[in-house]
Structures are given as structure tokens and as C-alpha cells.
Write a protein that binds this ligand. Sequence first.
Ligand code: DGL
Length: 266
Amino acid sequence: MTTSELIGVFDSGVGGLTVAERLQEALPALSFIYYGDTAHVPYGDREAKEVVGLIDKICRHLLQSGAQALVMACNTSSALAYEHVLSWSPRPVIGIIAEAAEAAAQATREGKVGIMANPLTAASGAYERELVRQAERHELGCVEGKAIGCPRLVPFIERGEVEGPAVEEALRAYWQPLERWGADTLILGCTHYPFLRPVLSKLVGPEVTIIDPAYYVAKRLQSLGLGNGAGQRQISYQVSGDPQDFARVGAQLLGRPLEPVIQVKL
Ligand code: DGL
């Protein structure tokens, strides 16, 4: 049996599954190995230097496992470690920030893009800088970004809690300053957040364009031209924490079983 070309995808936990789903839909001939660093989730509460070290190890592991390209299904990784991994990786590396910022800069009507992200991504300023760069690149006029750190959201999702009064209250508290500021476009700046989209969409209303970066990341992977060879498609999941927890919450969020899930400590 030959395995089709393998892509390494990773996140701190279940969030990157929102990206992996889009990648599988867009590129059905590719195989994927998904690494969830669940022993260290949430990244958003850690020091930037520590997170870069964790990402470095994950990327080396995925390449050693045969990955032909790496997809950072994690905004924090893209914000803090994209340039670093790009500097040594022999294979293509796809981030999230540039793809999402380009889509948001093109979507905004008033040039005001809100970003919900974890505290590390928000503090990095990566989205604000990239929005300005993309607006200049596409000659779109003035586009501003405003990022809000949302530390309460990832723990909800890692527990499989994606609705209910506590989730609504947290989302409202994070959205309000962006709404007051006048955001007409909202980037889901953490790959966990698309699981909250049904609640969030109701809260922000139809006038606000929500950008889920996963679609643009999938397009970028398509542009590499991989996945043309024959072979049997495979998807496997590895985690640094408890594989049963990941399989249970992942299956609950995606509505289908996730297997195999094994523990791989790096
Ligand atoms: N899902 C990741 C992101 O997109 C990381 C979230 C976290 O662990 O704080 O940034």
C-alpha cells in the first residue's frame, strides 16, 4: 500500500481540527498527520519564547514523520514562530495570519477589522501589521485592525462546551469593545473559535462579515500543487496529552469519530 503525500498539521489542541476539516475537503487526495499539543494547551497563557520552542519541536517531528509541507493550524504559531520555522524548514510552511488578513482587508467596508484571538496572538500585533501590509499590497486604502485577547474561550472549547449562558456572556464581553470601535469585519483569530461560530454569528448579526481563516489556508495549500499522486489517503491524530480526551471532545465537536489518536510526547 502506498500512502499519498503527507501534510503535517498542528495546533495546541482541538482548534486546528477546524482547519484540518477544510484541508481534507479541499484536498481529498492528500494524507494528514494532525498533532495536538494538548499537554500544553492553551498556548495563549504561556510565554512567547516557550511557545516558539514547543512549535519548533512539533515541526521537526512532523517533518521527520515524512510531512511534505507544514500547516500551522494555529494563529499563535503563525504570529510567533512562522518566520523562525520558515528559516530552517526544508519543506513549505503555511501560516494563517497573511491569508486571513488578506481576506479581511478585502472584505471590510469601512476599513475596520476586529480580531478575536488569544492574549499572546493579540499582544503580538501580527494581525494589525498584516492588515496594513495587505491593504497596501492590494491598494485598498486605509484598513485598521483591533485585536482583543479572549483568554476564556479556548478552555470552553477544549471541554467541548460551545454554547450556553457562560459561552454567550464571554463572547458578548469580548465582542462589545470591537462593536463600539466600529468593526464591520471580524477575524476568528484562533482556530478554536469556529466551533463557537453559531453563537457568535447571532451575537454580531448579519452586517458583520466573519472571517474563518481555514478556507484561505486550504486555498494556499492547494496552490502548492501537491496531492496529484496515487495512493491511499490516511488521516491520523497524535497528541501530547490524553488521547482519549482528545478523541472524545474532537468527536463531539466534529460529530464523527476521530481515530486513530495516539499519544506522542516530544
Ligand atoms: N488554536 C490556537 C490559535 O489559533 C491556539 C489557542 C491556544 O492554545 O491558546 O491560536
